[in-house]
Design a binder for this molecule. Structure first.
Ligand SMILES: *Cc1c(COP(=O)(O)O)cnc(C)c1O
Length: 362
């Protein structure tokens, strides 16, 4: 890491790869020979048109997206999609099933209830404080629903799906905000994948949407124009001025991921990083992690000492060790280390050293 930079364990916005930041800095005054910054550039220009087309192609390339899917870049982040999804996909029967595995899936359900007459909680691990992902046999799915919604990686609780729920013929929609591009995904198993880009791809404010074409065109009349998936697909996400800098950053980050060996390489590295932390957690009893081992997230690792005062002391000591953002989410307490693609292995090793030191001192 460059001098003066620290290991930032933030859940989002979070670390971006340094080589990308340096390249962006280099291009900031003159992007693509245009004599201007991407920040100053018309979204109708040839240079920007190339940028958005490359960003779309990059997403398709790294995720092996089948030809019958569209890539959209929409305003409002993942939470915007919590509203846009029922409006766009729930217009037929007005019924949708939500699997509630944590805070964000609960929020998505709450938003859907505003627009659908029958947005159902189809299975939840809330009674167990979201310490696991609901299993297939814990779900009661409606075979006539317009779609089933899941949150793939639970950023706050530190759990993730290791199986793809069987929804029969009902389209499966997944919020992959905190796991997108961390490993390969079989896109064909999902009708729609979406993500707020600030966890693993770019600055905040943008939603990346990957959607199967047959889902387009069933929106409700009240759907805001800028969130009409069909129109946005026809307009290459440029119905109005898109989030140009974020889209440019998505392209830059994915170009870098490709150079690094793509998502297979990311997966290998992410498994290795997560293993360093979980192996340590499993080897001792000073820190506890309440997550079901089979559902552990590779991206967000939650742990606690069991003593709130000690947790506070642990978090207070982070800056002196060159870390930030290790405090757990207010709903969970304790600590959380978010270790997305851009977190180097050395950062995780340094964190485990600090954990050992702190445990020995207490
Ligand atoms: C961060 C996050 C969100 C919220 O994203 P916004 O872009 O802030 O709306 C939603 N879902 C998941 C899984 C997240 O990690």
């Amino acid at each position: 890491m460059l001098d003066g930079r620290i290991y930032n364990f933030s859940a989002g916005p979070s670390m971006l790869p340094e080589p990308v930041l340096l390249k962006v800095q280099q291009e900031l005054l003159n992007c693509g020979g245009s004599g201007m910054s991407v920040l100053e550039m018309s979204h109708r220009s040839k240079v920007f048109d190339d940028i958005i087309n490359e960003a779309v192609q990059d997403v398709k390339d790294v995720l092996n997206v089948p030809d019958n899917y569209k890539i959209l870049f929409l305003h409002g982040g993942a939470s915007g999609m919590f509203a846009a999804i029922p409006m766009n996909l729930g217009g037929r029967s007005g019924s949708a099933d939500y699997i509630v595995s944590g805070n964000f899936s609960g929020q998505a359900l709450k938003e859907a209830k505003k627009y659908l007459k029958d947005a159902r909680n189809a299975g939840s691990s809330e009674a167990d404080h979201f310490n696991h992902i609901p299993r297939q046999d814990e779900l009661t799915l409606n075979p006539d629903a317009d779609y089933v919604h899941v949150c793939w990686n639970n950023t706050i609780f530190g759990t993730t799906y290791k199986y793809i729920p069987d929804t029969g013929n009902v389209p499966l929609v997944a919020d992959m905000s905190s796991s997108i591009m961390s490993e390969p995904v079989d896109v064909s198993k999902f009708a729609m994948i979406y993500a707020g880009v600030q966890k693993n791809l770019a600055p905040a404010g943008l939603a990346l949407v990957i959607i199967r074409e047959d889902l387009l065109g069933h929106e409700m009349g009240i759907t805001p124009k800028i969130w009409n998936f069909k129109t946005e697909a026809e307009k290459n996400s440029m119905l109005n001025t898109p989030a140009t800098f974020q889209i440019y950053m998505v392209k830059m980050v994915i170009d870098y991921l490709k150079e690094q060996g793509g998502l297979e390489a990311m997966k290998r590295r992410n498994i290795e990083k997560a293993r360093i932390l979980y192996d340590y957690l499993d080897s001792q009893d000073f820190y506890k992690t309440s997550v079901n081992p089979a559902d552990r997230s590779m991206m967000n690792v939650t742990f606690r000492t069991g003593d709130d005062e000690l947790d506070k002391e642990f978090v207070a000591g982070q800056a002196a060790h060159g870390f930030s953002n290790l405090k757990g989410h207010r709903l969970v307490g304790g600590m959380r280390a978010s270790i997305y693609n851009a977190m180097p292995k050395e950062g995780v090793e340094a964190l485990v050293e600090y954990m050992k030191e702190f445990a020995a001192a207490h």
